[in-house]
Structures are given as structure tokens and as C-alpha cells.
Write a protein that binds this ligand. Structure first.
Ligand code: ARG
Length: 400
């Protein structure tokens, strides 16, 4: 890899990304490291992080609020796609990476950098997402990945940092590896690495336990327009406030925890704990509204394509051609997804108890009813079934 002069580093304030700064300069001869820390609603104080990058040797330290685009351009499309990786994980971490990559590339252009850098290790999915996204958006930029190559243990990393004036972490490090943003939390490592051990209650921050959840249930009504959630209990909310509110409501009732064995892009199975209360609640409601408003064949095709959408987002292919093509299909279907869904939250469960759409419901009471108003022509079924069952009867007769 040719030498880079100026690199924009994705920065979190943690030990690894901090050590990346002197490492890039001292070991790889990068002349200038500019850091970028994203606010994705994780609730961290960003000013100390900004300062820490400068103290660690960054020539410029940028923090940027990406919450709004994160929700409108990444989370809402995932809701419209009902995206659940392996049927369960709503991609709370995965969705943030293409946005951070996009901003890194923009900053690289603004400051005239010839490289971007990140502190991901070689075992995870995030390295795949960053590298592929950057390659798609800016094929000319080098991608520098010191933590994937330096081969230092955690102790060695801390010691390297100390030699470069980076203070070692004061508090005893938690055994967990946590990724956090407005969509939820991912918790890995430590005692969780034994897939047979129940997660301790202390790891959760956005959801209460089933035991601690209120005995009293609560029904919430979520309104959608064109597949986007727009209101809760009749109150219109901007996208960011709506996600916060959904998190709060679902979390309070202990809904939104996941404990799963997940297949990573690099081929390993890992044990992952998530809490993504709002996102899971909104996807559940959105799926339900689609079952009321989408034609049966469209719905079935969409359910298949949704899995592909979730897979490719998980696998770092956000800026690829399949994503673009699937988005075209999904967008077209969402014009009919208008209405609202009532969900009862109670003791870790979210149960749909009602759905309605004044403009797009395909549920026709006079067809569905068993009462006097029934307009379905029962006699028409006979001819239909004669033809429908014909091939089966012919096949069966042949074997008599
Ligand atoms: N396994 C999840 C994913 O691939 C979470 C990854 C969390 N990332 C992290 N750097 N801690 O999306």
C-alpha cells in the first residue's frame, strides 16, 4: 500500500481508535490524522471525545450530528423493508456504518485527504461495511486499517498508547463490547461468549426485564404514511422524536431484547445480545399494516425480497446495485401503506390488536363476513375448485 499523507479516521474515543492516531503517524508515516466522531444518538458527550482526539495527536478533530439522516435515510428504509437479519436482528449497528462511511468520504474531500481509516478488527462485520462502502463511494481513497494489522493485544495497545501520551482507561474496562446508537444497543463478549449462559440483567440499558415491567398493559397506536411511521397515539412526531418515543414505550414494557447466535460475514458464529425496542415495535406494526394493504402476491414477493435486503445490508452492500434495485420495488409497494396499527405492550410482549387503513385497506367486510351481509358467491367456489384440483386428480387417478 502506498503511503498516505492525510487520513480521516473514524473516531469513537476508545483505546483502539485513539491509538490509531499515533500509530498511523509513527508506524505508517501518515503526516496528518483528522478524526471524525459521529453523533448517532448514542448519548455520549462529544466534547471530551473531540478533545481526546487532539490530545492523542490528531491535527483536527471533527464531531458531527448525523442523527437526522440516520433515522430518515437509514432506519426508515429498514422499517419499510421490515429488515430482520436471519429473521431477528433489525440491523441497528449495520445501518449506521454506510452513513459514517459516507461522511468520512465527504470530509476526506473537504480536507483534501488521500485516505480514510478505521479501527475495526479483522473479525467483525463493521470492517466489511466500512471497506466496501468506502470502496463504492470513493474508489480512489486508500482505506487504512491499523487495528486489523498491528497484532497487539489489548495490554500492548494500552502500553503503546501510554508511550504516546494517551492515558490508559481509568475505570476497569467492562468485559463487554458495546455498540450503541439511537436504534439500540449491541452487547458482546465477556461472559456472553458462552452461548449457554443467560445474559446478566446489568447489560441492559434501554429495556426493563419482564419481571420489572408493569403489570398493567398499554395499547399504543402507530400511524404510517407511505410506509413511514409518522405518529404515536395520534400525535404526529418528527422521525427522530418518533424513534425516541417508540424506544421509551417499548423499553418500559420490556419489549425489544434479543439473544441470538448470529452468522457473521467472515464465517464465524457469534453470540449477540441486542436491545432495539423502538425499531422492533415499528417493524412489527409496519408488517401488520402491509398485511392489510398489500395484495397477496405483492406481499409474498416482498417478504422474500426483504430477506435479501436485510442480508445485503448486514453484509456491507448498502451502496451496491442489488440494494438499489430492491429499493425500487419496496418504494413502489409503500404507496399503499397508509393507516395505523394498535399494539398492546405487556411484560416483554408486543401483540398486534388492531389495524386500519381508511384509504388502502384491501379487507372487504362483505367478502369476509359470515353474517347476513355476505356477498361472496359460494356457488362459484365449485367451478373454481374443479379446475384448481384438476391436475391433482389427474395425477392421483393415474396411480390407482
Ligand atoms: N453483530 C452486530 C452487527 O454485525 C453488532 C456489531 C457491533 N459492532 C461493534 N463494533 N461492537 O451488526
Amino acid at each position: 500500500m502506498g503511503r498516505a499523507k492525510k487520513a480521516v479516521l473514524a473516531y469513537s474515543g476508545g483505546v483502539d481508535t485513539s491509538v490509531c492516531i499515533p500509530y498511523l503517524k509513527n508506524e505508517w508515516g501518515v503526516e496528518e490524522v483528522i478524526t471524525f466522531a459521529a453523533d448517532l444518538g448514542q448519548g455520549d458527550e462529544l466534547e471530551p471525545i473531540r478533545q481526546k482526539a487532539l490530545d492523542s495527536g490528531a491535527s483536527q478533530s471533527i464531531v458531527g450530528d448525523l442523527i437526522e439522516p440516520f433515522i430518515t435515510e437509514f432506519a426508515f428504509p429498514a422499517i419499510r423493508a421490515n429488515a430482520l437479519y436471519e429473521g431477528r436482528y433489525p440491523l441497528s449497528t449495520a445501518l449506521a456504518r454506510p452513513l459514517i462511511a459516507r461522511r468520512l468520504v465527504e470530509i476526506a474531500r473537504e480536507v483534501g485527504a488521500d485516505a480514510v481509516a478505521h479501527g475495526c478488527t479483522g473479525k467483525g462485520n463493521d470492517q466489511v461495511r466500512f471497506d466496501v462502502a468506502i470502496g463504492a463511494l470513493a474508489p480512489d481513497l486508500k482505506v487504512l486499517t491499523p487495528a486489523r494489522e498491528w497484532g497487539m493485544s489489548r495490554e500492548e495497545t494500552i502500553a503503546y498508547g501510554e508511550r504516546c501520551g494517551i492515558p490508559s482507561p481509568v475505570s476497569k474496562k467492562s468485559p463487554y463490547s458495546i455498540d450503541l446508537n439511537l436504534l439500540g444497543r449491541s452487547i458482546e463478549a465477556g461472559p456472553l461468549e458462552d452461548p449457554n449462559v443467560e445474559p446478566p440483567e446489568e447489560i441492559y440499558a434501554l429495556t426493563v426485564s419482564v419481571e420489572a415491567a408493569p403489570d398493567q398493559s398499554q395499547v399504543v397506536e402507530i400511524g404510517f404514511e407511505q410506509g413511514n411511521p409518522v405518529s404515536i397515539d395520534g400525535v404526529r412526531l418528527d422521525p427522530v422524536s418518533l424513534i425516541r418515543k417508540a424506544n421509551e414505550l417499548a423499553g418500559r414494557h420490556g419489549f425489544g431484547r434479543l439473544d441470538m447466535i448470529e452468522n457473521r460475514v467472515v464465517g464465524i458464529k457469534s453470540r449477540e445480545i441486542y436491545e432495539t425496542p423502538g425499531l422492533l415495535l415499528l417493524i412489527k406494526a409496519h408488517q401488520e399494516l402491509e398485511s392489510l394493504t398489500l395484495a397477496a402476491d405483492v406481499l409474498r414477493s416482498k417478504r422474500q425480497l426483504e430477506q435479501q435486503w436485510a442480508d445485503l445490508v448486514y453484509q456491507g452492500l448498502w451502496y451496491g446495485p442489488l440494494k438499489d434495485a430492491l429499493d425500487g420495488f419496496i418504494e413502489r409497494t409503500q404507496t399503499a401503506v397508509n393507516g395505523s396499527v394498535k399494539v398492546k405492550l405487556h411484560k416483554g410482549n408486543a401483540t398486534v390488536v388492531g389495524r386500519s387503513s381508511s384509504t388502502d385497506s384491501l379487507y372487504v367486510p362483505t367478502m369476509a363476513t359470515y353474517d347476513a351481509g355476505d356477498q361472496f358467491d359460494h356457488r362459484a367456489a365449485e367451478g373454481f375448485i374443479y379446475v384448481w384440483g384438476l391436475p391433482t386428480r389427474l395425477w392421483a387417478n393415474r396411480r390407482l
